[in-house]
Design a protein around this ligand. Structure first.
Ligand code: NAD
Length: 263
C-alpha cells in the first residue's frame, strides 16, 4: 500500500532505539524526511546513520531530554531551522519509574507530568501552527495498554498516560476539520531494551529466571508471543499516512489480543 507521505517531514521523539526507532524506520521507508531526538547522542547518531543508509537520505537528529523545558525549546529551534514546519509528530518518551499509588511522592507525580504530559503539550504548541497553515498534519502518541487496564506497579504511567490520552482526544476534535489527525498507539508488551530491563529488575528483586517472567507475560497474551518494535513502527506509520485520514481521536492497541475489553 502506498502510504502517500513521501516527502512529508516528521519529528520522531525518543527514536534512538525500541519503538521510536522502529517508527522512524517505517516512516523513512515510506519516503518521509526525518528529524530524530533522544537523550544519548551516540546511540541517536547510530540510529540516524542506520536509517539514513537504509533509505539513502540524510536523517537529521538532535539529542534532547524531553522532560526538560530548555532542552525541548532547543529541539524545537533545531527542527524549525531545518524544516521550518513538520507534517508528522510522533510523541514518545521513556516510561516513569514504577511505584504503587500509596508510595508515590508528589514529586514523582510532577516528574511524570513533565515527562508524559507537558512534553506533549509543548511540542504540540510548537508544531500545530505549521500543520494548520499547511492544512495537513498527523500527531501520533505512544502511550500504553495501561490507559485501558491500569497496571498495579506503574501508578504514574497509568495516571499521566490516561490524562494525555484524554487531552489528545479533546485536541483531535478541535483540529479534525483542518485535516489534522491525532491518535494514540497503546503497546501491550513489546520486546525492546525496556522489556529486557524490567525482566532483569524483577529477577534481581524476586529471583527466578528470564524464561519464568517471559512465560508470565505470555499467559495473558492470546497471540502467545511478545510484540516486535517493527509491529509498533508499522502501526505508527499507518496512522501517519494519507489512507488513515479518517482515523482520529482513537487509541489503537498493539497487544496480541491482551486487552480484555471489547472496545
Ligand atoms: P526503550 O527503552 O527501548 O527506548 C526508549 C527511548 O526513549 C530511547 O530512545 C531513549 O533515549 C528515549 N528516552 C527516554 N527518556 C527520554 C527523555 N527524557 N527524553 C528523550 N528521550 C528519552 O523503550 P520502548 O520499549 O521503546 O518504550 C517507548 C515508550 O513506550 C515508553 O514510554 C514506554 O514506557 C512505552 N511502553 C512500552 C511498552 C513495551 O512493552 N516496550 C509497553 C507499554 C508502554
Amino acid at each position: 500500500m502506498d502510504l502517500g507521505i513521501s516527502g512529508k517531514k516528521a519529528l520522531v521523539c525518543a527514536a534512538s532505539k525500541g519503538i521510536g526507532k522502529a517508527a522512524a524506520k517505517s516512516l523513512a521507508e515510506a519516503g518521509v524526511e526525518l528529524f530524530l531526538c533522544a537523550r544519548g547522542e551516540d546511540e541517536l547518531k547510530a540510529a540516524a546513520d542506520e536509517i539514513g543508509k537504509l533509505t539513502d537520505k540524510k536523517v537529521h537528529f538532535m539529542p534532547a531530554d524531553l522532560t526538560n523545558k530548555d532542552s525541548r525549546e532547543n529541539l524545537v529551534k533545531g527542527v524549525q531551522e531545518r524544516f521550518s514546519s513538520i507534517d508528522i509528530l510522533v510523541h514518545n518518551v521513556g516510561g516513569p519509574k514504577p511505584s504503587i499509588v500509596q508510595e508515590t511522592q508528589l514529586a514523582d507525580w510532577r516528574k511524570g507530568f513533565d515527562q508524559l504530559f507537558e512534553s506533549v503539550v509543548h511540542l504540540n504548541e510548537a508544531f500545530l501552527p505549521g500543520m494548520k497553515k499547511n492544512k495537513w498534519g498527523r500527531i501520533v502518541t505512544v502511550t500504553s495498554l495501561s490507559v485501558m487496564e491500569p497496571i498495579g506497579t506503574i501508578a504514574v504511567s497509568n495516571a499521566m498516560r490516561s490524562a494525555v490520552t484524554a487531552m489528545l482526544k479533546t485536541l483531535a476534535d478541535e483540529v479534525a476539520a483542518e485535516n489534522i489527525t491525532v491518535n494514540c498507539v497503546a503497546p501491550g508488551v513489546i520486546y525492546t531494551d525496556r522489556t529486557e530491563e524490567r525482566v532483569n529488575a524483577l529477577m534481581k528483586e524476586k529471583g527466578g529466571t528470564k524464561e519464568d517472567y517471559l512465560q508470565d507475560y505470555l499467559r495473558s497474551i492470546p497471540a502467545k508471543r511478545l510484540g516486535t518494535p517493527e509491529e509498533m513502527g508499522a502501526t505508527i506509520a499507518f496512522l501517519a499516512s494519507q489512507p488513515a485520514a479518517y482515523i482520529t481521536g482513537s487509541t489503537i492497541c498493539v497487544d496480541g489480543g491482551k486487552r480484555r475489553s471489547t472496545y
